[in-house]
Each structure stands twice: as C-alpha cells, then as structure tokens.
Design a protein around this ligand. Structure first.
Ligand code: SF4
Ligand code: SF4
Length: 440
C-alpha cells in the first residue's frame, strides 16, 4: 500500500515538474541564439570554484560560510533523497546500504550537515525578521519575495527535522530489535536515542513512517516550488557559472550588423556579406530580444542584493538597482511569456524597457562592473544594461542630452567635440618651432 501511494505521489509531482520545465523551455526558445562553449577546461575550473566551491560567497565571510555549508550539505543529503526514491519505488529500506564505508560516510555527514543546515536556516530567518540587513530592504523587494524566502527556509527546517526524525526512528527500530541492525552511521540520531528508548516497537515504527513521509513529501513539493521562485538558482547556478564570461568584465560586444556597416563605410570596395539577414532589432527592447544566457541570468538571480550593495549609482541615491534589472526581466517573462509562446507578434502594450525598467535606471549605470564582480553566480549586468541602452539610442533616438550632443558632433565633425574638421589644426598656429629643428 505504501509503495502504491508513493508511486502515485511521485508520478504526480514529477509530472507537474515536467510541465513547469516544458513551459520554461518554451520561454527560452523565444530568446536569441548565443554561443559560448570555448575554453572548456577554464569553464570547468570556474564552475568548480564559483558554483561548487562558492568562492565568491566568502566576500561576506559570515553569511557566505553559512550559505556554502547549506549548499554543500544539500549535495550530500541529495544522495539520501535518491535512496529514498529508490526505497519508495521498490518497497525496500536503505537500498544503498551495500555501499559499505561510503554509505557510512554519506549518512554520517548527512546527519551532521542536517544540524548545520537547521541552525543556518534559523539564523537566515533571524536575519530577515530581526537584524534586517540593508540589502534585504529595497523597493524591488516586494512582500512576496520575503514570503518566498520564508516559505523555503521553513520547508528546509522541516526537511532537516524530519530527516533526523526518520533516522531516529530507524536506529530506534534497530535498538528495539525490530530490524537486525541499522545500516550506516547516525551520530546525531544515536545521541537523541533516549527520546524513543521507552517507546513500543509500533510507536517507533509510526514515528519513522511519519518522518519518512514528511521528508519525501516535502522534497518532491520543493522540487516543484523551486522553478517558480528565486530558489531556482539551486538548479541553475552551476550551468549559469559554466557559461559565464571568461573575458574581462568591462569588455563590450559590438553589434555584428553595425560592425559590417562601419567596415563597408571605411572600405567602399568591400562587398556586403550575401547571407547576412537584416537585423530584426538593435539592442534589447523586450524579453524576446535577450539571449538565452541573459534569461538564464534572470532565473538564476538569488535576489541576494550583493550587486546593489556595491553599485555606486545605487549608493549615491540613483534609481538604479542591478538586482531589480534581473527581477524585472524575470517578471516580464512571467507576465508575457505565455503570450509570446502562443503568438510571436503578441502585444500587451508593454515592453521590458520603459514599462518595467525605466530609462532613468539604465542611464544611471556607470558600467563599472562592480555588480558583476560581486555576484556569487556570475550574472552579467553590464552587457544587459548596455543592450537596452542600444535599443533606446539606435531605435528610439533616446539618449541623455550630453550624449546627443556628442552623437551630433561625431556626425557633423567626425569628432566628439563641437569643433569643425577644418579647424582641427588651429591649435598648431600658435606653436613655433626652433629654427634648427625646422632645418633638420
Ligand atoms: S556596472 Fe552599473 S549597475 Fe553595475 S555596479 Fe556599476 S553602476 Fe551599478
Ligand atoms: S544579480 Fe547576483 S548579486 Fe545581484 S541579487 Fe542577483 S544573484 Fe545577487
């Protein structure tokens, strides 16, 4: 009976997860192509350091260490989750026990990490509700964002409590002689063994079953909440770091179509490439203009606010928050993604630039790259912001006054200054040269 109920629940939750993933894939299909598969060795190295090693998290040592421990703990505990799914499907108990010493290591470290994760999540909740760091309080941090974090942290706390409870039931059954011996090593459950020591075998068994169901029930529910929340970074941070840029952060890409035009202007004998399609749009106006990497950045953003905390524009009171740029990009896809999937010409009268992210925010960026330097999952703010500016300038002719003057000067004078080309050498008129130099 347990096996049948488990299989029905497993099929329902995996089916819902597949439906969500299919929907997200359809959103990614709306985006522009993008290729970045060079230097595989460097990318693997970067992934090991930044994603698995969590190295950028340690720029803030206390919260960074706690977060890293939670992440590493989850990696270990996931092995136990796989085992539970096998156990539930086959109707067996501790199916990976045959791994011997490795199994002892996994169960032992799993229990220790469960305690560390439990304590860390309680501290994280305390930070959100008691100490309230400045970066968690910002206009873009809506109540739903706080609720999202609270829900996930509460679920993780319950997950860890039920994991320890399940192991206490399992070791309690062994102690009561209901099973031959407990496979694995359970130091925390053993220390808490006094709780169930006076219980009947039936009572311990019920305790084990209740915790088993709470744990696996929450794990599979968690799987479906992740893609709908900022905690999707748990799944996307690894690929996002793998595909992140290896070049210097300040490097900006030229638009290929513009590069071709400039080359043709400088060399009139050159012929335009025959197979180059006309550009559909200059820069980024809406979410369908971004590359899949930019959309993955948006879904990977943890909303930690480390970028905004170091942004000179934000610190000096400008409207720009680099975190908001990605929250808005994700929100825009959530609002309009289904419409674009149903009809490529879909319009709700809104766009990412203008309705979600304002011109004022975009032009406040100094392109210093501090946000990219700080981001623990290597999100690339500067190219995204510059691409949206490109749209404003090249399609809407909307640029700050200072830039418009410079553009006019380049167009009229071939230089950014308000001086004609004919007066280029006027500066030399007052320069005199010593006679001996003139002779030479
Ligand atoms: S690049 Fe722009 S958004 Fe990022 S920190 Fe600098 S000013 Fe802020
Ligand atoms: S962009 Fe990076 S640093 Fe900024 S909030 Fe998102 S994850 Fe944090």
């Amino acid at each position: 009976m347990k096996q049948i109920v488990f299989l029905i629940y497993l099929a329902a939750t995996l089916g819902l997860f597949a439906f969500t993933v299919k929907k997200l894939v359809s959103y990614f299909k709306l985006t522009k192509p993008f290729h970045r598969t060079d230097h595989i060795g460097k990318r693997i190295n970067q992934t090991l350091l930044v994603a698995f090693g969590q190295t950028k998290m340690f720029q803030r040592p206390f919260s960074g260490l706690l977060h890293a421990l939670v992440y590493w703990g989850f990696l270990v505990i996931t092995i136990g989750t796989v085992e539970m799914i096998i156990d539930g499907t086959l109707g067996v108990e501790r199916s990976l026990g045959f791994l011997g010493g490795f199994y002892d290591f996994v169960t032992l470290s799993g229990e220790i990490f469960a305690v560390i994760i439990l304590i860390s999540c309680l501290i994280f909740l305390g930070r959100r509700y008691i100490t309230k760091p400045k970066r968690f309080i910002a206009p873009e941090m809506k109540p739903s964002s706080r609720m999202d974090a609270t829900l996930i942290l509460s679920m993780i706390i319950l997950l860890m409590l039920s994991l320890i409870g399940m192991n206490m039931g399992y070791t309690g059954l062994a102690a009561a002689g209901a099973i031959k011996e407990a496979v694995g090593a359970y130091p925390v459950s053993a220390a808490l063994g006094f709780v169930t020591s006076g219980w009947s075998v039936e009572g311990v068994h019920l305790f084990h079953e209740i915790n088993w169901w709470i744990h696996i029930g929450l794990v599979l529910a968690f799987l479906n909440i992740l893609p709908r929340s900022k905690h999707f970074h748990v799944m996307l941070s690894v690929p996002n770091v793998f595909f992140s840029r290896l070049e210097p952060m300040g490097k900006l890409e030229n638009l290929p179509s513009v590069t071709t035009e400039v080359k043709l202007m400088l060399d009139p004998s050159a012929t335009p490439p025959a197979d180059a399609p006309p550009p559909s749009r200059f820069g980024v106006k809406d979410v369908t203009d971004v590359t899949w990497k930019t959309l993955m950045d948006a879904y990977t953003c943890t909303e930690c606010g480390r970028c905004t905390a170091v942004c000179p524009a934000n610190i000096t009171g400008k409207k720009l928050s680099p975190r908001k740029i990605y929250i808005d990009t994700r929100r825009r896809m959530k609002d309009a993604g289904d419409g674009f999937v149903a009809d490529p010409n879909y319009s709700d009268g809104k766009a990412l630039v203008g309705d979600y992210i304002t011109e004022e925010e975009l032009w406040a960026c100094t392109t210093c790259g501090a946000c990219m330097q700080e981001c623990p999952v290597n999100i690339e703010h500067v190219p995204h912001i510059v691409n949206m500016r490109q749209y404003l300038v090249m399609e809407e002719s909307k640029a700050p006054e200072a830039l418009n003057s410079m553009f006019n000067n380049i167009e009229n004078n071939g230089a950014p200054w308000a001086l004609s080309a004919a007066s280029r050498f006027d500066w030399a008129a007052s320069v005199t040269m010593p006679a001996e130099k003139v002779k030479a």
